[in-house]
Structure formats: structure tokens, C-alpha cells
Design a protein around this ligand. Structure first.
Ligand code: FAD
Length: 328
């Protein structure tokens, strides 16, 4: 079958890989804009919900698919897009050390709570760092770029807006070309998904981040306390992200930057300058559930959306699951 896929973010890319694996031909349409959710995402995978210290996926299903999927990706492209430098949660109070140790002694958290390390980074304020096991970071930009090149070489990639979909009998016409199947992975825009499947439960959230150039800091793993501090190059760190449901502008805002700097001041003691500031909109849903499925009448039209804050981890599972429940 020849599938049209709309969107080459995390959802569309995973769908493209899984669709090709099943022997289908693909034409992927994407606007190729720099500020799409996937292109500005930080790329972290974290088994722990840091805010309330619960397990994100007690069943480990997402992680099993994630590991398998990215093993396949590194085999296919001959490189690993994952950095396995584990996230460290900065602990600043004795009580936090005590709480972390209690979690570590609870077998439920065996897969994610590691030991406490001494904090010997002079520019980070704290008394210890709790290691988060099984965390990692996807180099999203390189991953998406590589999938893009692969689509160009092995399938078809169109940097164009899909502004026409017509369904005539069994025929699916996308921008006036005929396809056997259609997969919608439009992220927050969801124009065609909502037109074909009805209103989704989307409640988008804005995320902002800054890039800072520090004077003397030097560490090579992600650090978290309210916000993430992520090493990029020597002295260069990404700080992010904010999470905001009420926003009017999609562009970076003064309030977003201020909130990041405020959080950073409670954690980071080095001098720095802000060298970049960006924003993106996450396709989050009201009930936090990922939405996907096939059309009841048009059997070869499916969609995947609502990946929310954890698209890196969840896209391998949902893309695979969606294709496995396709009836044809
Ligand atoms: C600031 C920020 C930080 C984040 N950090 C993380 C993180 O650390 N870890 C994590 O797992 N997740 C993170 N996320 C969330 C993650 O980015 C999302 O879950 C994911 O990007 C959603 O992917 P998607 O493919 O559904 O949507 P998108 O990335 O938005 O992709 C949809 C694509 O569809 C294309 N498109 C839409 N309509 C059309 C059309 N009509 N014609 C052609 N193309 C079209 C768009 O151009 C776009 O490229 C973050 C998000 C933000 C904003």
C-alpha cells in the first residue's frame, strides 16, 4: 500500500518507520518549520514523574517498545541517537535526602530511583544528587533530520502544507494525488484529523526554554530541580522548559524567560548570559490521554495525536500499536 503521512514530528517519524517496516510505500508531508513541538523539544526520557515522585509507566510497556524501537533505529542508521547520561535530581534539604532514600528502599521504584551521589559541582546549589535510572536523552534534531533524509532517499518527502484531502469512494486524494492509506500525525494543528475524526480533546501547552553560556560550569549530565539544565557544548546549557496552559502568543515571552531565570537562580550559581530563547506548543490533551485510531468508514485512515509532554518515550509504542490494530 502507498500511505500518505501528514507530519514528520515524533509521531509521524515513528509511524513512517513502522509503516515502512511492514513493507508499505510512504509519502510524508511536513511544513518543516523550526518551532514545531518536536523540533524544539528537549528530548528527555524519564521514568519518574518528578513533580510528585510517581512512576510514569508502572507496567514498563512504553520502555520495552522504546528500547526495541531505538535499537532498530541505531541498526538502520548506524548511529545511536540516545545519550545515556542519567538525569540527576538536585537535593537541597536533609528531608529531601531522606525522602529519596525511602523511595530507593521501596522495590516499586527499583527501575528508576538510583543512589544519591555527592554533589561536587561548585556551581550547583545542593547537598546531593539523586540518580534517575533508565533516563536518557534523544538527540531529537539529528533523529528527525536523519528520518527526513531516509524518507527522501527511500520514500517521498514533501515540504508542503496539505491543504486538500478528498475522500471519494475508496480513494484518498491528498493534495490531489491518490493514496491507498492516510496517517495523520499533525500535532497541535490537527486540522485534518479533526475534520475527518471529529474534535479531539486537545488542550495545548506552551513550553519555553533558554540557552545560556556559563563562565566556568562543566558537567555532562542533565540536572533537574524544577527545571532542567542540560549540557550542550562546552559552557553551553539548555534551560527548560516552562509548562503553560494559558497563553495568547506562540512566540517566546518575557514572562517565560523570567520564570526560567527565577528557577535557575535557585539552582545555578555560575555567571551566565542568555544567548537564545525559544518556544513551542505541545499537543497535550485535557485528560492527558494519547489519542489514536482508525476511521470506522474509511478503514485505511488513521491518526496519532496528543503525545503531550512525553512524545519521545511514547511514540514508539503508539505508532506500533496503531499499525498492529489496522484491519487490512
Ligand atoms: C518546549 C518543549 C519541550 C519538550 N520536551 C520534551 C522532552 O524532553 N521529552 C519528550 O518526550 N517530549 C517533550 N516535548 C513534547 C514533545 O515535543 C511532543 O510530545 C511531540 O513533539 C509531539 O509530536 P507530534 O509529532 O505529535 O507533533 P509535532 O512535533 O507538532 O509534529 C507535527 C508535524 O505535522 C506537520 N503538519 C501539521 N499540519 C500539517 C499540514 N496540514 N500539512 C503538512 N504538515 C503538517 C507540522 O509541520 C509538524 O512538523 C516537549 C515539547 C515542547 C514544546
Amino acid at each position: 500500500m502507498h500511505f500518505a503521512i501528514i507530519g514528520q514530528g515524533l509521531a509521524g517519524s515513528a509511524l513512517a518507520i513502522q509503516t515502512a517496516k511492514r513493507g508499505h510505500e510512504i509519502t510524508c508531508f511536513d511544513l518543516n518549520v523550526a518551532n514545531s513541538s518536536s523540533r524544539v523539544a528537549i528530548g528527555l526520557v524519564n521514568p519518574l514523574v518528578l513533580k510528585n515522585k510517581t512512576l510514569f509507566d508502572p507496567s514498563q510497556v512504553y520502555f520495552n517498545y522504546f528500547d526495541r524501537f531505538f535499537k532498530g533505529i541505531s541498526k538502520l542508521f548506524g548511529r545511536d541517537f540516545l545519550s545515556r547520561n542519567l538525569i540527576r535530581e538536585v537535593l537541597q534539604e536533609k528531608q529531601e535526602i531522606h525522602n529519596w532514600n525511602s523511595l530507593q528502599n521501596n522495590s516499586k521504584f527499583d527501575s528508576c530511583i538510583g543512589p544519591i551521589e555527592n554533589l561536587n559541582i561548585p556551581t550547583i546549589k545542593g547537598i546531593g544528587m539523586g540518580i534517575i535510572k533508565n533516563s536518557c536523552r534523544l538527540d531529537i534534531k539529528s533523529y528527525l533530520k536523519t528520518i527526513r533524509e531516509w524518507l527522501k532517499e527511500n520514500h517521498h518527502l514533501r515540504d508542503e502544507r496539505v491543504d486538500s484531502i478528498r475522500l471519494i469512494g475508496e480513494n484518498i486524494l491528498v493534495n490531489d494525488e491518490k493514496y491507498d492509506g492516510l496517517l495523520l500525525a499533525e500535532g497541535v494543528e490537527a486540522y485534518w484529523t479533526e475534520k475527518i475524526f471529529g474534535k479531539l480533546d486537545l488542550s495545548p501547552t506552551k513550553g519555553e526554554g533558554i540557552i545560556i553560556k556559563s563562565r566556568k560550569s562543566n558537567f555532562d549530565f542533565p540536572i533537574h530541580r524544577n527545571i532542567f539544565l542540560l549540557p550542550e557544548k562546552k559552557n553551553i546549557y539548555t534551560v527548560g522548559s516552562t509548562f503553560n496552559r494559558n497563553f495568547s502568543l506562540q512566540s517566546p515571552s518575557a514572562e517565560g524567560k523570567e520564570s526560567l531565570i527565577k528557577d535557575l537562580s535557585k539552582l545555578f550559581l555560575d555567571d551566565y548570559e542568555v544567548i537564545d530563547h525559544w518556544a513551542g506548543i505541545r499537543p497535550t490533551t485535557k485528560n492527558r490521554k494519547i489519542c489514536f485510531g482508525w476511521h470506522s468508514k474509511y478503514k485505511n485512515i488513521g491518526f496519532l495525536n496528543g503525545l503531550g509532554t512525553r512524545g519521545v518515550l511514547t511514540s514508539p509504542f503508539y505508532s506500533s500499536h496503531l499499525l498492529s490494530i489496522h484491519s487490512k
